[in-house]
Design a binder for this molecule. Structure first.
Ligand code: NAD
Length: 474
């Protein structure tokens, strides 16, 4: 069985401890990953601290050059990384609308290239005969990155590359459920980076993330994951006043107005609700549809849902893979059962198939409303509630009546009217006639209990910097 290495200070950990990684399509362990202890975490933090002065003082062009080399390495190894993602995460190699493992690797490359193209500008506030005021961006030190299991490679890139670009060094901790593509990514990066600039630790013991959050050698935590874990991190990080970026859970609402064309919008709604089998932070998770087109849109979506193929993502022609782990599968099944008991109408799916693996069918649930668990909680799986509304102000109120605020969308033939309404959604990103479309230069982040701080582009880069203001009296 292949054993994947954790790289600390430029070399694999000196340990024989490992843990097994499960393929969710079979439910069986298919590879081993080295397991790091809290002493290994200390070593990783020490290596990152040691590497920081050298890395942060490199000329900007040197760091840009390294990022470009990383992008080329990802490109060269894209097939290997995609296969690994499919095996550990479950998403098909290609998948529905091409949004599978190759899409994730492509995204990782695109974001690496875009991050390489960012600048570390010096802002000039005043430049008069008497006074010049300059604002400089400086790296924070050691960044701790903690990632989830839904997009292991892409989210690692979202955290690590801007941190490195701005001169920080990094200790990365992937989810214990999906450590392998990330471990391989770090190994590849270490072919071009100086030792200690990027380190990785992982373990299935469950305490490394907590240890990172309170570690006195880490200056900032960037975390993507659930809201409860984000709260624990914020609390633990307070002892050392770490900077934080928290990208947490979402329960994104979409509002479909009466003038939208059901046939035209159904494919995009379906794709963004079920991208990565719904295991996407900013997937469309609550669909509010005007009563005038409710049945027609339900029928269009059901026709797509009943035509797609769920299976092992390594096989050709598979649209959707399994849920990534059994605990998440149980949550999805529970929410479906609860909806059934509340009298909801299942347009597709809703029954867990027999056989190995953590499979669940693509499930559309109509005639359901707020106050049921499926609408009020984040399902993070292949199930979508479709809620009927009569009055658009009421739909907006219900969309905003969530403690989450990651994304939202409005769908209409009248783009101006939809834009007005979308701007009243309480969320970090709002889309008009689309959902969950990200751009490497456009800030992305949540409000309310979806977290704080943004990623991507110049705004995202600033999260890895402190500002130093120079007041120069002439
Ligand atoms: P999770 O919170 O269970 O785990 C995420 C990471 O945190 C893992 O690496 C885990 O080992 C680590 N961790 C666990 N306990 C910890 C602790 N006490 N201290 C520090 N780290 C700890 O989340 P998950 O189940 O892997 O991911 C699913 C969740 O992530 C969903 O809620 C989803 O919406 C959210 N998510 C958000 C975004 C976003 O950008 N906002 C993106 C992807 C996923």
């Amino acid at each position: 069985m292949t054993e994947y290495k954790l790289i600390v200070d430029g070399k694999p950990l000196a340990t024989t401890d490992t843990f097994g990684v499960v393929n969710p399509a079979t439910g069986e362990v298919f590879a081993q990953c080295q397991a790091a202890s809290s002493e290994h975490l200390d070593q990783a933090v020490a290596a990152a601290r040691k590497a920081f002065p050298g890395w942060s003082q490199q000329p900007d062009e040197v760091r840009v050059g390294k990022l470009k080399e990383i992008a080329a390495l990802l490109q060269e190894h894209s097939e290997e990384l995609a296969q690994l993602l499919t095996r550990e995460q479950g998403k098909p190699l290609q998948g529905f609308a091409g949004l599978g493992a190759h899409f994730e690797v492509g995204g990782a490359i695109a974001w690496t290239e875009a991050t390489a193209a960012l600048h570390m500008p010096v802002d000039v506030i005043e430049d008069s005969d008497q006074l010049r005021i300059e604002v400089h961006r400086k790296p924070l030190g050691v960044v701790g990155s903690i990632t989830p299991w839904n997009y292991p490679l892409m989210i690692a890139v979202w955290h690590v590359l801007p941190a490195l670009r701005s001169g920080n060094t990094v200790v990365l901790k992937p989810s214990e459920m999906t450590p392998l593509a990330t471990a391989r990514f770090v190994e590849l990066c270490n072919q071009v980076l100086p030792a200690g600039v990027l380190n990785i630790v992982a373990s299935n013991a469950g305490s490394l993330g907590a240890a990172m959050s309170k570690h006195s050698g880490i200056d900032k935590i960037v975390f993507t994951g659930s809201t409860p874990t984000g709260k624990r991190i914020m609390s633990a990080a307070s002892a050392t006043l770490k900077r934080l970026t928290l990208e947490l859970g979402g329960n994104d609402a979409a509002i479909v107005l009466a003038d939208a064309d059901p046939k035209k919008i159904a494919p995009a709604i379906f794709a963004t609700a079920f991208i990565n089998s719904g295991q996407t932070c900013a997937a469309l998770k609550r669909l509010y549809v005007h009563e005038g087109i409710y049945e027609e849109l339900c029928a269009e979506l059901a026709a797509i849902a009943n035509s797609v193929k769920v299976g092992n993502g390594l096989e050709p022609g598979i649209d959707f893979g399994p849920v990534q782990n059994e605990a998440q599968l149980n949550i999805v099944a529970e929410l479906a059962d609860d909806a059934r008991q509340a009298g909801a109408r299942f347009l597709s799916g809703g029954v867990r198939p027999q056989g190995p693996g953590y499979f669940y069918p693509i499930t559309l649930v109509a005639d359901i409303s707020d106050g049921t668990r499926l609408v009020d909680e984040e399902p993070f799986g292949p199930i979508l509630p479709i809620i009927k509304f009569t009055d658009v102000e009421d739909a907006l109120r219900r969309a905003n009546a969530s403690e989450n605020g990651l994304g939202g969308s409005v769908w209409s033939a009248d783009v101006e009217k939809a834009t007005q309404l979308a701007s009243r959604l309480e969320c970090g990103s709002a889309w008009i006639n689309n959902h969950a479309i990200l751009h490497p230069m456009a800030p992305f982040g949540g409000v309310k209990q979806s977290g704080f701080g943004v990623e991507f582009g110049q705004f995202g880069l600033d999260e890895y910097c402190s500002l130093q203001t120079l007041h120069i009296s002439k």
